[in-house]
Design a protein around this ligand. Sequence first.
Ligand SMILES: C[S@@+](CC[C@H](N)C(=O)[O-])C[C@H]1O[C@@H](n2cnc3c(N)ncnc32)[C@H](O)[C@@H]1O
Length: 267
Amino acid sequence: MDDKDWEVFKGKLNRKTGIDLQLYKEQQMRRRINNLIQKTPFKSYTSFFDDAVKDKQKFADFIEYLTINVSEFFRNPDKFDQVEKDVIPYLLKRNDSLNIWSAGCSIGAEPYTLSIIMKELTPGKRHRILATDLDIEIIGKAKRGIYTADEIRAMRPDRKTKYFTKTPDGKFAIKPEIKMPVDFKRHNLLKDRFETNFDLILCRNVVIYFTEEAKAVLYANFFKALKPGGILFVGGTESILNSRQIGYETYKPFFYQRPLNSSPGSR
Ligand SMILES: C[S@@+](CC[C@H](N)C(=O)[O-])C[C@H]1O[C@@H](n2cnc3c(N)ncnc32)[C@H](O)[C@@H]1O
């Protein structure tokens, strides 16, 4: 598995899926893929790839491995407590209908968590929750909305009862009223155009393998996608080092605000 083989593999992957490994941390990604290939009979990245593309399920499993989509409802409950008690009420002071984006939404636990919060805070009000991910298979799972006990373990018991129905095989199906406001789409954060005019963007546990350059571009693009006064919520280990340079103010740790007085077209 030499460098030339790696380059050819990256080209093939990019052409087939739009995933450009140039924009991910090389060492970590390569190590991750090596670990996977070592468990197969293949001796090169390209022979592994050529075999995987022949089988739809095998290829989907490979993309799932590559994109790492572990998630759960109310992941880091203390942070969602801040979202519920502070961030959303703050945003609702200026707009009674919010435009929210869960970027890198994986199995849908994050956008559905927001849908639950919005329903409780503003019963009967309509909000939009856009939920996007690179991985089309995981979006399928998100739309089905069926979860294991583990994926909802951080939730309060009353919420579990209120917002899920038990399936015959012991899983938990999210109720249609929570699904309804969420609009799922495939979207590559490193390649595709961004919608704009968001009050709140969540991008958590997505950028771990992105290069520093790719992250800098991403956070600047999020800035432009926010309304003035809008807030970006990032993961617990993902503080934005150059946040001030981009133009953000810190609303609280891990919550970055586009200043209210920044003009919509700025930066
Ligand atoms: C670990 S999950 C995070 C899910 C959720 N945000 C959370 O914190 O629980 C990371 C997700 O990011 C997605 N992802 C990785 N690279 C991406 C990209 N370039 N564009 C969009 N999504 C991406 C993966 O497919 C995966 O579903």
